[in-house]
Write a protein that binds this ligand. Structure first.
Ligand SMILES: [Zn+2]
Length: 87
């Protein structure tokens, strides 16, 4: 029997963790896509933290989404500036 590793504890897990899917371009954003080194858990005094991620994907030019991440790097809130949904 193997003991499950607490998922929030390992950096390798966080790198592979799917944080969210960008509502603009549908890019999957993983832990490795954000700069985890800039998130020093020992120095963060209040969660969630605000993290803005900029990227481009397929036919979408550079854009940003803002994620509010809790201590497990789970996205609590997602902010999209000037969202335009084209169906
Ligand atoms: Zn996007």
């Amino acid at each position: 029997m193997t003991q499950p590793i607490p998922p929030s504890q390992t950096r390798a897990y966080l790198m592979k963790k799917l944080l969210t899917i960008c509502p603009i371009c549908k890019k999957m954003i993983f832990g490795r896509d954000i700069n985890l080194d800039s998130v020093d858990k020992t120095k963060v005094s209040s969660w969630p933290i605000r993290y803005t991620h900029s990227h481009e994907h397929i036919n979408h030019p550079m854009h940003s989404i803002t994620m509010f991440l809790d201590a497990n790097l789970s996205v609590r809130t997602l902010e999209i500036p000037k969202l335009r949904i084209i169906n």
